[in-house]
Design a binder for this molecule. Structure first.
Ligand SMILES: [Fe+2]
Length: 265
């Protein structure tokens, strides 16, 4: 198993190289995705260990972390955007790409399908109900690991004042949209189509915490003060304060809830 994982990682590296022009480095936005992939691999491995998975499953989690965004590369090459709604579903494209590479053929079916399903469903609004039961824990895990890194990534871009590079389509206004606030207050969820500003994007990110699956993910959110860092960048209006409070209560309760760490199974 360890050997096959090594082969997969080598394939990933050479696939990445195919997106470089000669000796020049990867384009900045692809380099960002590459670094994100390595960090998500680390987060996925951490979560897998924390919830007590065996060594083989930790390997699967780390590999899935590395591969989950593989579709971003052909997506960007063809469409010059990461915006799925106006290009292609990068989860589907990554799934196709890895299937076509036949790089997972040496794995047992369970590991192979968990990685393929993880890539395919990491970015879907909901996990489809018909998913293979043996893949469910890995799909939940990659969704958590991905979010944990994107929280940090967005804050990092905000800190460096370069958020426009990351979110070029979002107008640079400081206002939050009333429509988005209403949807979030009523349903707890909102879609990107309602996002009209960076604070709107941060509000949607805040709502991601309700979609996390594993206790260690909630503990990470607390340790890294994710809610507070987002809240500090939002206008202090009653509806925002209420939403942030709800998110914080939910994270605290979920981080403390029992020790049933395999609740994603
Ligand atoms: Fe992704």
């Amino acid at each position: 198993m360890v050997n096959s994982m090594q082969v997969i990682r080598e394939w990933f590296t050479s696939y990445m190289r195919s997106f470089q022009e000669g000796d020049s480095p990867l384009e900045p936005l692809l380099d960002l995705k590459l670094r994100h992939s390595f960090r998500v691999s680390g987060e996925a491995g951490f979560l897998a260990r924390e919830i007590g998975l065996d060594a083989g499953s930790v390997d699967v989690a780390e590999t899935l972390g590395l591969l989950h965004d593989v579709g971003r590369f052909p997506q960007y090459r063809e469409f010059r955007t990461f915006y799925d709604a106006s290009s292609v579903d990068h989860g589907e494209l990554g799934w196709e790409t890895v299937k076509r590479s036949r790089i997972l053929e040496r794995l047992e079916d369970r590991a192979k399908f968990a990685i393929l399903d993880g890539i395919r469903f990491h970015n879907k609004r909901e996990i489809p109900s018909g998913i293979r039961p043996s893949s469910l824990a890995m799909v939940k895990l990659i969704r958590d690991a991905d979010k944990l890194d994107v929280f940090e990534l967005v804050q990092d871009y905000l800190d460096r004042g370069t958020i426009r590079e990351l979110l070029p389509r979002i107008p640079d206004t400081g206002r939050v949209s009333g429509e988005l606030l209403d949807t979030l207050s009523e349903t707890g969820r909102a879609s990107y189509s309602q996002v009209r500003s960076v604070p709107d994007f941060l509000l949607v990110q805040l709502s991601w915490v309700f979609d996390l699956n594993f206790q260690p993910s909630f503990r990470r959110i607390l340790e890294r003060r994710v809610i507070e860092r987002i809240e500090n960048r939002l206008p202090r209006i009653p509806q925002v304060i209420r939403l942030a409070g709800k998110a914080r209560d939910f994270v605290r309760a979920s981080a403390e809830a029992g020790e049933g760490t395999l609740d994603g199974e």
